[in-house]
Design a binder for this molecule. Structure first.
Ligand SMILES: [Zn+2]
Length: 351
């Protein structure tokens, strides 16, 4: 069977995910997000370890403008390793937020990523250079990448992109996208012990959906290759993911792994969303700093499905370690995977 590997790089509280698929001796590569600026060191090392002729990636997806996803991508464009190229880059810039079938916006804003992409040979190429967006009706968009990778888009919707329009400038500034603004200093680690876990008590609380515009604009998709598939949830809103999954054959997603949206936030991992996804593996990308993800409620909702689950964490820390408990594992029938090094990062091999 051909290769299908997913690397969750140590991206602190963010996402930086490398997918490798195809022939093991000459794999295809897709990069999802760049994490924070600090992630760039890891990513750069990984790219520079590749022979120059293998530094042509099939796709880069910058899921949305939040700092913990975009900052490392900016570093990448600023000083790309020799020979690095992307056949396509998926990123919804300002011009994509409210386009119609007739209009074509010019380069309205000089955000740094947009500036880089403006001259890039391929920007949303597989979408005709228009928005990467799920239409309100009809089938979900699917795109085939070379080497037999099929991507089915689940998020964002046009409504969610439109919502971002009003706060675009502010969010870009926060993400350090405005060249006039220095990137904010690294967030304090904010890692405090979390004490004992009572799953039943965690399940008793209510659910309130994430309403952050930038998260709602996230590009999320299912990536299928040679009989295996992974749902990459970015920081997407659960109601958007649910509505798209309901449009799949059978109204459900059956995948080998689910990268949970928004680093396992309780506002993005709902019981209703989990109920639509059949999977044995749940992937968490976060070190818990700043927002203290994953939220215990989100993990509890996964366990409450009472189906054997593997929890994959790309960091061991105060917010993931408490799940490394024989007692909890026995009661809730799950297994845990943690990085083998203190630096973090974990690789799921579906080959
Ligand atoms: Zn995020």
């Amino acid at each position: 069977m051909s290769l299908y590997r997913v690397h969750l790089l140590p991206a602190q509280q963010g996402d930086c995910i490398l997918i490798e698929y195809g022939r093991p001796e000459r794999p295809h590569r897709v990069l999802i997000d760049g994490g924070l600026a600090g992630t760039w060191t890891h990513l750069k090392g990984l790219i520079e370890a590749l022979p120059i002729e293998q530094r042509r990636f099939d796709l880069l997806v910058v899921t949305h403008i939040d700092q913990d996803h975009i900052e490392g991508a900016l570093s990448l464009f600023k000083s790309p390793p020799e020979g690095l190229s992307f056949d396509d880059v998926w990123f919804n810039g300002f011009k994509h937020l409210e386009e119609s079938d007739l209009e074509d916006f010019g380069p309205l804003h000089g955000e740094r990523l947009t500036t880089h992409l403006w001259t890039a040979p391929a920007w949303n190429q597989l979408f005709g250079r228009r928005a990467v967006v799920v239409p309100d009706t009809g089938p979900l968009p699917t795109r085939e990448l070379p080497g037999g990778m099929r991507l089915t888009l689940l998020s964002p919707t046009r409504a969610r992109l439109r919502k971002l329009r009003g706060v675009w400038a502010k969010r870009c500034e926060e993400a350090g996208l405005n060249p006039q603004v220095q990137p904010p200093p690294p967030a304090p680690e904010g890692l405090e012990p979390m004490g004992g876990i009572d799953v039943a008590a965690l399940l008793a609380g209510g659910f309130k959906e994430d309403d952050a515009e930038a998260n709602g604009s996230s590009i999320a998709f299912i990536a299928e290759h040679d009989g295996r598939s992974v749902l990459f949830g970015a920081d997407a809103h659960p109601s958007v993911l649910r509505a798209s999954i309901a449009r799949l054959d059978g109204g459900r997603a059956k995948v080998d792994a689910f990268k949970l949206p928004h680093h396992g936030s309780r506002k993005n991992v709902s019981t209703e969303l989990l109920a639509l996804v059949d999977t044995p593996r749940y992937l968490f990308s976060t070190n818990g700093s700043r927002h203290h993800h994953p939220d215990r409620e989100a993990v509890a909702r996964v366990l409450a499905r009472k189906q054997p689950a593997e929890l994959w964490f790309n960091y061991r820390g105060p917010h993931t370690e408490p799940w490394d408990s024989d007692e909890l594992r026995a009661e809730w029938r799950y297994t845990t995977r943690y990085p083998t090094t203190a630096a973090g990062g974990i690789t799921l091999d579906l080959s």
